[in-house]
Design a protein around this ligand. Structure first.
Ligand code: M6R
Length: 595
C-alpha cells in the first residue's frame, strides 16, 4: 500500500527520501515520486518506475525539505499523472497521501467549479487544491482547515514553497515521526526510519503537526500537545537480506529463533493476559478472534487449540466481513491478530468490537502500531520486520503465542501443563532440524510448478494449515491453490479432481488420521496425484500416496507449526521455478491500509 516519507533538516533531502522510500518498497507499489522544496520553488519528479530507477533517471534535486511517496493504485490507474506528490494550480503546495478520500468526487466538482485545474484521476489531488483554497500565509492552518472537508482516511505530508516546514495530518492511516538531532523524518512505518534513528513519535487520530528544524508543534483536538518519544527495538540489519536471495527464504529460516524469542517475551505479559481472559465471570464466555489473510488463518488455528485444550468456545471472524454485519456479537474479551497492526479492516473491526464494551487483546508484530494503541492489552510477536509480502515467520509467531496463551490459560493438571510447555519449547529445534534436513521440497516445487490448480486438504487443527498453504502457493507462484476441509471434498470439489490437479494432504497422527486416509484413497481413485505432508516414518501414508514430505515427530497438537513450514518451502520453490517475484507478488501490498 502507499508509503509516505517527509524530511526536514540540514542535509540534502532527496537522497534521504529515496533511501527511506526504498525501505517502504516492501509494502507494495506501482509508481513513486518525490517533491523537494527550495526557497520559492518545488520540484516534483514521479513515474511508474522503481524507486532506484526514478533516482537514477532524475537530475540531483537541491533542497533540505521534501516529500516522497510509493503509490499502490486505488483511485486511477498506475501512471505518471496519478503518481504522488500532487500539487496545487500554482505549483506551490505539494502533498503525499496514504488513505482513501471518500467524498473526493463532490470536492473535486466544487473545486473545478471554482477554477481549480486537475491533472490526475486520483482522490488525493483534491488535497493540494483545498489547501491552496484555504491558504492565507501559513501552511498548518490551511491544512487544518482543508482536512475538515475530507471524509475518509488519510496520512498526509505537505510542503509549501517559501515555508520552511513540513505539515503532517493523520486520520486512520499510519504515520510515525523519526527524530534525529534537529532533523525529522516522517514515514508510514518504522522500517523506513531504521537506518537513521531508533527514536520515534507516533501520531494519533486527528493530529495535525507542524515540523520545522526548531521542533515539532503538535495539535491534538486543536490543542497544542506534547508528543512522547518512544524507542524502536528493531535494528537496521533486520531489514537486510543477510546472504539469502529472497526475504521469504530468510524469514522462513528465522522461524526457530522467532518462536523462541516470542515465547520468552510472552512470559512477561502472561499474568496480565490471564487476568483479562480468565476472571470467573469470563470463563464460560466465548472468545472472538479477528484478523485478515494469514493472520485470520492463525486465528483459526487458535480456535482449534482453545477448543481442544480448554473447551472455551472461540468464534473466528474475517475482519472485513465483521465490519459489514448489522450487529457485532462479542462477549467479554476479543483477540485481534495482525502482523502489521495497520490493516484497515482489522482496525475497523476492533473499533466496532470495542464499541460493544468488549475488552480487546491484540497480537501484533509492530510496537506502536495503531492496533497496539487501540487494544487494552498488546502481546507482541518478536519476529522483527517481515519484508516479504508472503507472511511466514509472523504466522508461526502468532500461532506459537496462541499455544502459549492457551496453555497458560488452561485449567489442567500441572504435569500435563509442563508436558505441553516442553512440547512447545521443542518446536524451534524440530523446525531447525527440518530446515536442515529436508531434501525433496525443491524438486517437488519444480514438479508443482507445471500445474495450474492445486488442492490443499486437511482436517481438524491442520485445516487452517491447508488454507494457509494454498494462500502461500497462490500469492507467490500465481498457481491457483485451494484449501479445503478434506471431509468437504465430496460435497463439490471432487468434480475438479483429475490427473492435472494434484492434491496436497496434510496428515496428522490425531483423531483425524483414519478419516484422512479414507479421503486420500478417494482422491487417488480420481487419478489426482497426491503429495502428503506426514510425520517421519509414516509408512501407511507413504504407501498410499505418490510423494511424501516428512516432518519430524511431534505431539499432533503442535503439528501445524511443522506442517506449515513444509508448505511455505513448497510455495517458495514452486515460485522460484516459475520465475515469480517471490517477495513482491504482483498486485499485492504488505500492509493493507485501505478497506
Ligand atoms: O498485517 P496483517 O497480518 O493484518 O495482514 C493481513 C493480511 O494482509 C496478511 O496476513 C496477508 O494475507 C499475508 N501477508 C499473506 O501472506
Amino acid at each position: 500500500m502507499c508509503g509516505i516519507v517527509a524530511y526536514i533538516g540540514f542535509q540534502p533531502a532527496a537522497p534521504i527520501i529515496y533511501k527511506c522510500l526504498g525501505k517502504l518498497e516492501y509494502r507494495g507499489y506501482d509508481s513513486c515520486g518525490i517533491a523537494i522544496s527550495n526557497r520559492d520553488n518545488i520540484t516534483v519528479e514521479k513515474d511508474t518506475k522503481r524507486v532506484a530507477a526514478l533516482q537514477f533517471n532524475t537530475l540531483p534535486l537541491d533542497g533540505k525539505i521534501g516529500l516522497g511517496h510509493t503509490r499502490w493504485a486505488t483511485c486511477g490507474e498506475p501512471s505518471r499523472a496519478n503518481a504522488h506528490p500532487h500539487v496545487d494550480c500554482l505549483h506551490k503546495i505539494a502533498v503525499v497521501h496514504n488513505g482513501n478520500i471518500e467524498n473526493f468526487e463532490e470536492l473535486r466538482k466544487a473545486l473545478v467549479g471554482e477554477g481549480h485545474i486537475f491533472t490526475s484521476e486520483t482522490d488525493t489531488e483534491v488535497l493540494p487544491h483545498l489547501i491552496e483554497k484555504y491558504y492565507e500565509g501559513e501552511l498548518g492552518q490551511a491544512v487544518t482547515r482543508a482536512i475538515k472537508d475530507i471524509r475518509g482516511s488519510f496520512a498526509i505530508a505537505v510542503i509549501c514553497a517559501g515555508e520552511e516546514k513540513v505539515v503532517l495530518a493523520k486520520q486512520k492511516s499510519p504515520l510515525v515521526i523519526g527524530l534525529i538531532d534537529k532533523e525529522y523524518i516522517a514515514a508510514s512505518d518504522i522500517a523506513a526510519l531504521l537506518d537513521y534513528t531508533d527514536r520515534v513519535m507516533y501520531l494519533e487520530e486527528g493530529d495535525v503537526c507542524n515540523i520545522t528544524t526548531v521542533g515539532i508543534e503538535l495539535y491534538r483536538n486543536g490543542v497544542l500537545t506534547e508528543l512522547t518519544e518512544e524507542r524502536i527495538a528493531w535494528k537496521p540489519a533486520d531489514t537486510r537480506l543477510g546472504g539469502f536471495s529472497h526475504y521469504m527464504m530468510k524469514e522462513i529460516n528465522e522461524q526457530p529463533r522467532v518462536i523462541t524469542e516470542t515465547l520468552a517475551a510472552f512470559e512477561g505479559v502472561s499474568e496480565k493476559l490471564i487476568g483479562l481472559l480468565d476472571p470467573p465471570e469470563n470463563r464460560r464466555t466465548s472468545l472472538l478472534m479477528v484478523g485478515c489473510g494469514t493472520s485470520y488463518h492463525s486465528a483459526l488455528v487458535g480456535k482449534y487449540i482453545f477448543e481442544e485444550l480448554i473447551g472455551r468456545p472461540v468464534n473466528v471472524e474475517l475482519a472485513s466481513e465483521l465490519n459489514y454485519r448489522a450487529n457485532v456479537i462479542a462477549d467479554k474479551v476479543a483477540l485481534a491478530i495482525s502482523q502489521s497492526g495497520e490493516t484497515a479492516d482489522t482496525l475497523q473491526a476492533v473499533r466496532r468490537i470495542k464499541a460493544t464494551g468488549c475488552k480487546m487483546v491484540c497480537i501484533t508484530n509492530v510496537e506502536g502500531s495503531q492496533l497496539s494503541r487501540l487494544a487494552d492489552l498488546s502481546i507482541y510477536t518478536k519476529a522483527g520486520p517481515e519484508i516479504s509480502v508472503a507472511s511466514t515467520k509472523t504466522f508461526i509467531a502468532q500461532v506459537a503465542l496462541l499455544y502459549a496463551i492457551c496453555i497458560s490459560h488452561a485449567n489442567i493438571d500441572e504435569i500435563l501443563k509442563k508436558d505441553l510447555e516442553r512440547g512447545l519449547g521443542q518446536i524451534p529445534i524440530l523446525i531447525r532440524q527440518f530446515l536442515n534436513e529436508q531434501s525433496n521440497i525443491e524438486t517437488l516445487g519444480r514438479y508443482l510448478a507445471t500445474f495450474n490448480n492445486v488442492l490443499f486438504v486437511a482436517r481438524g487443527i491442520n485445516y487452517p494449515v491447508a488454507l494457509e498453504g494454498a494462500l502461500k502457493l497462490k500469492e507467490t507462484s500465481y498457481i491457483h491453490g485451494e484449501g479445503y476441509a478434506a471431509g468437504e471434498l465430496k460435497h463439490g470439489p471432487f468434480a475438479l479432481l483429475d490427473s492435472n490437479t494434484p492434491a496436497i494432504a496434510i496428515v496428522a497422527h490425531d483423531r483425524t488420521y483414519e478419516a484422512m486416509l479414507t479421503n486420500i484413497r478417494e482422491i487417488k481413485t480420481r487419478k489426482a496425484p497426491v503429495i502428503a505432508v506426514v510425520e517421519e516414518g509414516d509408512k501407511e501414508v507413504a504407501d498410499l500416496v505418490d510423494i511424501v514430505i516428512e516432518v519430524p515427530h511431534t505431539d499432533p497438537f503442535f503439528s501445524p507449526m511443522l506442517n506449515v513450514v513444509a508448505l511455505q518451502l513448497l510455495a517458495y520453490y514452486t515460485a522460484l521455478e516459475r520465475g515469480c517475484p517471490i517477495d513482491f507478488p504482483r498486485n499485492l501490498a504488505k500492509t493493507v491500509t485501505v478497506e
